[in-house]
Design a protein around this ligand. Structure first.
Ligand SMILES: Cc1cc2nc3c(=O)[nH]c(=O)nc-3n(C[C@H](O)[C@H](O)[C@H](O)COP(=O)(O)O)c2cc1C
Ligand code: SF4
Length: 487
């Protein structure tokens, strides 16, 4: 981003209880077969509280229970893996053994929200990514030496340097990055400098080639388990840096009928949805989150994805939640031993914009994407609800988005993390008590380090009566859930 300005929080005028009662924000809305009590939405946020085997913990239950205290119309549980493979402390739903813990979670949310909040599970698939290797290791072991390297080393450094594979490896290890950029392919340089990462274009890898065969069933089985666990629906994660978003991306060049043209890029997402719908039936909510703009070079923009929105609505998805950016392609270079993280580059900033932003600022920054998609979906004759997110932080802003017909529900991730009761405070005419997010992304920094996510506005507050009993981070320094609000 060219130049960043530090923006002030927009002033907030909070509604009286009567005004909130009459508002669109707190009016019900149909999402497929169910009705949400209001148009308020907490989108998925990974809090890093699952076990290393992907099970629900008491900390996971407490976290979602605390969000449910604020009674949002919809609460979406974090991105949850559909495969039965180790993936660190991220929730998983790739086997029946995960159902029991997830059921405890859904029951807790029902109790905490007094039955007011609809609970969805965001389900995802992701491809393999490795940590950035040590230079010596990369050239000694990981790089597959080819004639291209032999010839390049020979041309540049002479006979001895290219005598055998060991000398080619040793020579490459001596080169600086500028030279390596010339001697390696772009992909090899990325593997060395950022760490190896699979792509949907890697048709030479059998498990990547077979994704269209395996993913519909994996998503459908996960959705069926979510239904069994008591969720009200699922959100198919077709956004950000993960497998399904990569199928939708303009950068998808697969030659097997699942890449290239826009129809081909949409094919797998539509097949996944069809299988999910077949498995869970028509009387259960199935929606998706996808990108209104990838914000990467050669990626999809809103003009491309408007067609996706219409196709998803045609197919019968029950809601469309629009996000932006969050890609690996422009992620910052990680340190040696760390993995690239998709929220560190310009596209990451667009996903979770901070107060240090361009002149448009972070507040409601992505609404226009949802509005364009909504317009096209309505024009095609569908009333599929559209959800927008990104810097939504006060009543009048949210109400205006709804009144202007830019979206049908408004989502707030970080504002809800700063104060999960904020929805209820607004509804009760007590908005002046809202603890307002300051959008500097301390929480996102913790997420990046895979540390338990908390908010800087409350995680050191130990003055209350729960000081001894409240769960703490593994280093004991931070409280893991916000202090309770005395209604
Ligand atoms: C800590 C953290 C974790 C997140 N995890 C997810 C996730 O699992 N899935 C997802 O779709 N978005 C995720 N997001 C993005 C949010 O859902 C949301 O789109 C983004 O923060 C912008 O909304 P906001 O300005 O209201 O925070 C995450 C955001 C944060 C801050
Ligand atoms: S840590 Fe900062 S950006 Fe994150 S929710 Fe709290 S105030 Fe907002």
């Amino acid at each position: 981003m060219a130049s960043r300005i530090k923006h002030e929080l927009p002033p907030a005028r909070w509604p009286s209880a009567e005004e909130a009662e009459r508002s669109q924000l707190f009016s019900p809305i149909r999402l497929g077969s169910l009705e949400a009590d209001s148009r308020t939405w907490v989108p998925a946020m990974v809090p890093w509280r699952a076990t290393d085997d992907g099970f629900v913990t008491q900390n996971v239950i407490d976290w979602y229970g605390r969000f449910a205290d604020g009674q949002p119309g919809v609460l979406v549980v974090e991105a949850t893996g559909i495969r039965d493979v180790p993936s660190g402390p991220l929730l998983r739903i790739g086997h029946d053994r995960f159902v029991e813990g997830l059921r405890e979670l859904t029951e807790a949310v029902r109790v905490h929200s007094g039955g007011k909040t609809k609970l969805f599970l965001q389900i995802l698939d992701f491809l393999s990514i490795r940590r950035r290797p040590e230079k010596e290791k990369f050239f000694a072991r990981f790089l597959q030496v080819t004639d291209r390297h032999r010839n390049a080393v020979h041309e540049r450094f002479g006979d001895a340097a290219a005598a055998d594979e060991a000398s080619v490896r040793a020579q490459l290890n001596q080169c600086d990055d500028d030279v390596l950029r010339q001697l390696l392919t772009a992909r090899e340089f990325r593997d060395y400098a950022w760490g190896y990462r699979e792509e949907v274009n890697d048709l030479h890898l059998p498990h990547v080639r077979d994704l269209p065969e395996v993913l519909p069933d994996l998503f459908a089985s996960a959705a069926a388990r979510a239904r069994e666990a008591g969720f009200d629906g699922v959100e198919l994660h077709f956004a950000h840096a993960y497998t399904m978003a990569s199928f939708l991306s303009r950068t998808n060049m697969r030659t097997d009928g699942y890449g290239g043209s826009s129809e081909a890029r949409m094919r797998l997402p539509l097949e996944v949805f069809a299988e999910v719908r077949k498995r869970v039936g028509d009387d259960w909510c199935v929606g998706t989150r996808f990108l209104g703009d990838e914000v990467i070079e050669a990626g999809s923009h809103v003009e491309d994805v408007i067609g996706y929105g219409v196709a998803f609505a045609n197919a019968g998805l029950d809601f469309l939640s629009i996000s932006k950016g969050g890609k690996f392609e422009d992620a910052k270079q990680p340190g040696v031993g760390a993995a690239a993280y998709p929220y560190t580059g310009p596209s990451g900033h667009e996903c979770m914009p901070t107060v240090r932003s361009d002149e448009r600022g972070p507040f409601g920054r992505n609404v226009h994407l949802a509005a364009s998609i909504r317009h096209a979906v309505r024009k095609a004759g569908h009333d599929t609800p559209i959800i927008t997110a990104g810097g939504i932080c006060h009543f009048e802003q949210a109400e205006a988005i709804l009144k202007n017909g830019e979206a049908d529900l408004v989502a707030a991730a970080r504002q809800s993390l700063a104060d999960p009761d904020w929805w209820l405070k607004m509804r009760m005419g007590r908005g002046s008590e809202v603890r307002r997010c300051i959008y500097t992304n301390y929480c996102e920094g913790l997420d990046q380090k895979h540390k338990e996510v908390t908010c800087q506005l409350w995680d050191r507050e130990f003055g209350g009566t729960d000081a001894d009993s409240v769960p703490r981070s593994s280093d004991g320094k931070r409280r893991l859930i916000p202090p309770s609000w005395n209604k």
